[in-house]
Design a protein around this ligand. Structure first.
Ligand code: GLN
Length: 195
């Protein structure tokens, strides 16, 4: 059975585990870098990207995560997790893990819309996908190799580049597991090719 990890340094870990439980997969709560060797795909949860980055450095995850991405093992980042994946962050000089060719702007929906729900039409995933946005980033630019999966009010809120998928919102906070199922399929595809 494929093994999917959820990076458990900070943020909405339990909710991702619950969403993944709907699929027939083994789930690993990743707290030590050595655990990356035993998983086929990894979820970066939402939370606070700057805090997550601090903990990534503190626990020696930075290089192992870069190596994980280099092997093209699938990664799914939600909200703060998407920020970790971007090559550029508006207003910051340095990105974090820099695995998807896109620019993100943090907290981009403004104060009056700090959190809200929407129903999205998502390429490759389906119609009426429930999405909860909490101090969400917007993907303001994507490179030519990136597929836009969904927009909200004209802004990009989900994208995919090969084995990497990112969204601005929190699919794990709804009962709608289709994005997780899609990610599980991405991991199965990786597993089939590489084993
Ligand atoms: N605003 C957070 C950040 O910049 C992300 C919010 C979230 O993950 N819900 O990291």
């Amino acid at each position: 059975m494929i093994n999917i990890g959820v990076l458990a340094l900070q943020g909405a870990v339990r909710e991702h585990v619950k969403a993944l439980h709907a699929s027939d997969v083994t789930i690993t709560i990743v707290k030590k870098k050595e655990q990356l060797d035993m998983i086929d795909g990894l979820v970066f949860p939402g939370g606070e990207s700057t805090t997550m980055r601090r903990l990534i450095n503190l626990y020696g995850f930075y290089e192992p995560l870069k190596a994980f991405a280099k092997m093209e093992k699938p990664i799914f980042g939600t909200c703060a997790g998407a920020i970790l994946m971007a090559t550029e962050i508006v207003g910051q000089t340095e990105p974090h893990l820099s695995v998807m060719n896109m620019t993100v702007e943090r907290n981009a929906f403004g104060r009056q819309r700090e959190s809200f729900e929407a129903s999205l039409k998502m390429e490759q995933v389906g119609e009426d996908v429930e999405a909860i946005f909490i101090r969400a980033p917007i993907i303001t630019r994507v490179g030519p190799e990136v597929d836009v999966l969904a927009t909200f009010d004209g802004d990009i809120v989900a994208a995919k580049q090969g084995p990497f998928m990112a969204c601005s919102f929190h699919p794990e906070l709804t009962e709608d597991n289709r994005m997780h199922q899609h990610f599980v399929q991405m991991v199965r595809n990786y597993h089939q090719i590489h084993t």
